[in-house]
Design a protein around this ligand. Structure first.
Ligand code: 4NP
Length: 160
C-alpha cells in the first residue's frame, strides 16, 4: 500500500532560525509532540539549529520554554547549535522560520540533498523573530509554528 510505504521510510527534519533559542526550538518541540501524538516517533529524526553562532550551547529563551510549557511541551533539555555543512545531507528537509534564514541556508550550500524551504510555505510567510518583543510575540509564534508543523506532518501519508 502506497500510504504505508511512504511513512515506513524514516524522515529527518531540521528546523532553523537565527539564534536557535526562540523559534526553531519551539518548532522542534511542537513537531516532536505532534509526531508523538500520531504514534510516529520512531519514524522521524527531529532537530533544530541556528544560522547564527551567538547562543551555541544555551538553553532556549525562557519565553519559549514558558509558552511551550503552557501547551504541555518541555523544551528545557534543548541546547542551541549552529547549522553545520553535514546538515545539508543528514536531513531530508530543512525548514527555515523566515525568508532571511532561508536565503542564508540556500547560499550556504551548493551541494547537499536536503530540501530547503520555509516552514510556512502556503502562502509563504515568515515566523517573525520575537526576540526583541514582548511575551505576546511568543504566543503568536507558537500559533504559527504549530500551524506550520501540522501542515508539514500532513504532507506525509499516514499508515492506516
Ligand atoms: P530566534 O530568535 O532566531 O528565533 O532564536 C533570536 C534569538 C537571538 C537573536 C536574534 C533572534 N540575537 O540577535 O541574539
Amino acid at each position: 500500500m502506497a500510504a504505508t510505504a511512504e511513512i515506513a521510510v524514516p524522515r529527518s527534519v531540521l528546523f532553523v532560525c537565527l539564534g536557535n533559542i526562540c523559534r526553531s526550538p519551539l518548532a522542534e518541540g511542537v513537531f516532536r509532540s505532534l509526531v508523538g501524538e500520531a504514534g510516529l516517533s520512531e519514524r522521524f529524526t527531529i532537530d533544530s539549529a541556528g544560522t547564527g553562532a551567538w547562543h551555541i550551547g544555551n538553553p532556549p529563551d525562557p519565553r519559549s520554554i514558558d509558552i511551550a510549557a503552557k501547551y504541555g511541551i518541555d523544551l528545557s533539555a534543548q541546547r542551541a547549535r549552529q547549522v553545520v555543512p553535514a546538515d545539508f545531507t543528514r536531513f531530508d528537509t530543512i525548514l527555515a522560520m523566515d525568508a532571511d534564514n532561508l536565503s542564508t541556508l540556500r547560499s550556504g550550500t551548493s551541494s547537499g540533498t536536503a530540501r530547503i524551504r520555509l516552514l510556512l510555505g502556503d502562502p509563504p510567510m515568515d515566523v517573525p523573530d520575537p526576540y526583541f518583543g514582548g511575551p505576546d510575540g511568543f504566543e503568536h509564534v507558537y500559533r504559527l509554528v504549530r500551524s506550520g508543523c501540522e501542515q508539514f506532518l500532513d504532507t506525509f501519508d499516514r499508515p492506516a
